[in-house]
Design a protein around this ligand. Structure first.
Ligand code: PMP
Length: 365
């Protein structure tokens, strides 16, 4: 396959990866760096893989400007595993924690936490079909809550926090699921106690979960915590307590290197803002032929959900787009409609092609 054979893949995750990263991985697949083997065959404790994971971490630290008092972990189990790891590591069973629920993922995180502590939903957008983010001032935060949890970008509903709420008290921390907007823009890490993200949207293949945690929060897990969920075990062992997802970490490293060479996350954010702007303008300028249900100020730059006024045409839209090399535009089964995920690696050309197709489709219908 050559570049011209590749589709524009609008999937929500696993998602499109940068072409140059794929080609580099291809060129290094058979013999990584003259080692005589592929990354998949290396010992995770050998000097070659150690150099790979250390470089990945260093580049991620550069990208997000991660302060030294924060630990970076490369884990497994997806963001879903973090839904339980968080309360297990940060709470005693009797502790209270707050969740702002702006979509299905935040809701899943909240429900899982209830097994290990006392989570409270202090705001939910469910009755408005998850199209909003609350004002922060009036939130009924629980005094003494251990943490305040948000999902920074709801992948299914397309709502994204543009700013972040403050935890209620000095000892409370802000925790964010950044799975679907990780490394899409600069983030002030110091505002968070924990950030976690599955890799398979913006930074690599599935199988790698990244946790960035303020180091003083590590080491007080509940006794029932499985070793694989205990941040201290992973931190003490530099993410090499057991066999890590070596190849996935290697690809994440290639993506981080690519993002650094693009000029870092400021430059990446500008590109993402431009792509999202073009797509939302096309939707808003369609005289209601296309509609995005999300409140304007909190629309996601990563996942753009939209419906067709003539709902019966949605199947045709998806099919015709696929014929033109634009795939995975069907919305999540729980909400229907369409969804275009336009992560870092979606080229501007992909969004321009989609918008051109949307206009043409509208003209014909
Ligand atoms: N949180 C968010 C925001 C997600 O988009 C997803 C995956 N789509 C998850 C959590 C769950 O991630 P995983 O499949 O890696 O467990």
């Amino acid at each position: 396959a050559s570049a011209t054979d590749r589709v524009f893949n609008f999937a929500a995750g696993p998602a499109t990866l940068p072409e140059n990263v794929l080609l580099r991985a291809q060129s290094e697949l058979y013999d990584w760096g003259g080692s005589g083997m592929s990354v998949m065959e290396m010992s995770h404790r050998g000097k070659e893989f150690l150099s790979i994971i250390q470089k990945a971490e260093a580049d991620l630290r550069t990208l997000l400007n991660i302060p030294p008092e924060y630990t970076v972990l490369f884990l497994q189990g997806g963001a879903t595993t973090q839904f339980s790891a968080l309360p297990l590591n940060l709470c005693k069973p009797g502790d209270e924690v707050d969740y702002i629920i702006t979509g299905s993922w935040g809701d899943k995180a909240f429900k899982e936490a209830a097994k290990y502590c006392h989570p409270k939903s202090i705001w939910s957008g469910k009755s408005e079909k998850y199209t909003k983010i609350p004002e922060f001032d009036a939130l009924p935060q629980t005094p003494g809550a251990k943490y305040l949890h948000i999902c920074a970008n709801e992948t299914i509903h397309g709502v994204e926090f543009k700013d972040y709420p403050k935890p209620g008290t000095e000892n409370e921390i802000l925790v964010a699921d950044m799975s679907s907007n990780f490394c899409s823009k600069p983030v002030d890490i110091t505002r968070f106690g924990v950030i976690y993200a599955g890799a398979q949207k913006n930074v690599g293949p599935s199988g790698v979960t990244i946790v960035i945690i303020r180091s003083d929060l590590i080491g007080d897990a509940q006794p029932i915590t499985p070793v694989m969920l205990d941040y201290k075990i992973h931190s003490d062992n530099n993410s090499l307590y057991n066999t890590p997802p070596c190849y996935g970490i290697y690809v994440c490293g290639l993506v981080f290197e690519d993002l650094v060479s693009q000029g870092g996350l400021q430059a990446v954010e500008e590109k993402n803002a431009k792509k999202a702007g073009i797509l939302y303008d096309a939707i808003d300028g369609s005289r209601e032929f296309y509609r995005c249900p999300v409140e304007r100020g909190v629309r996601s730059r990563m996942n753009v959900p939209f419906t067709l006024e003539k709902g019966e045409l949605e199947g045709e839209f998806v099919k015709e787009a696929a014929k033109e090399g634009m795939v995975q535009l069907k919305g999540h089964r729980s909400v229907g409609g369409m969804r275009a995920s336009i992560y870092n690696a979606m080229p501007l050309a992909g969004v321009e092609k989609l918008v051109g197709f949307m206009k043409d489709f509208q003209d014909r219908h």
